[in-house]
Design a protein around this ligand. Structure first.
Ligand code: ZN
Length: 192
């Protein structure tokens, strides 16, 4: 069985072209650039090796363009290959990624890989967290070179934490000087 692993280039700092699974297995992969025509790439690759590839495995498929997802669908329809895409449904603001949207629109099957929030509910949101462990609500969909990390949480925990954060960072309605910690100082001093 011939297969080929592929992955969109998101961060130029990634020098090692491997797909790494959570259980530690690594596979070398081909980069997909924003201007890569995947259909043309596949045709060239088949010519190069003199055979068809039965399975294409695409990691981080949320970062594909809608056009590239369409190109993958033509690989399936014209050559009878199997294309399996793995990726996230939504970004840290809970909106669909471009590649994911197109996959939902035209994929033959969608399988959800479920995971559980610390509270026991199904995770829905991939929240971006800053150095203080707070959820980030602003910023680009893809943050290159940032130190932000991500945590999967359920919708309710995502909402509750944001409510708690906004309460923490709002100045108290009534305050006595020197009465203790002022949440406003947190904003003034910025991230440590
Ligand atoms: Zn939860």
């Amino acid at each position: 069985m011939r297969y080929l692993c592929m992955k969109p280039v998101v961060d130029n700092r990634e020098s090692k072209n491997v797909i790494r699974s959570r259980i530690g297995i690594e596979r070398e992969c081909r980069w997909i650039y924003p201007d890569t025509d995947l259909y043309e790439f596949a045709r060239g690759y088949f010519r190069e090796i003199g055979a068809l590839v039965e399975w294409f495995l695409v990691d981080e498929a949320q970062f594909l363009s809608a056009q590239q997802v369409d190109q993958l669908s033509r690989i399936v329809d014209d050559f009878g290959c199997n294309v399996i895409c793995y990726g996230l449904r939504t970004d840290f603001k809970t909106h669909l990624f471009e590649g994911s949207r197109r996959l939902f629109e035209i994929a033959d099957t969608i399988d959800e890989i479920k995971s559980t929030c610390t509270c026991g509910h199904k995770t829905i949101v991939n929240a971006r967290i800053d150095a203080n462990g707070d959820f980030v609500n602003e910023g680009a969909q893809v943050e290159i070179g940032g130190d932000d990390r991500y945590i999967a949480v359920c919708r309710k925990c995502w909402r509750n934490q944001r409510i708690a954060q906004s309460a923490r960072y709002s100045p108290p309605l009534t305050s006595t000087p020197n009465s203790g910690i002022y949440p406003i100082q947190k904003i003034a001093s910025g991230p440590s």
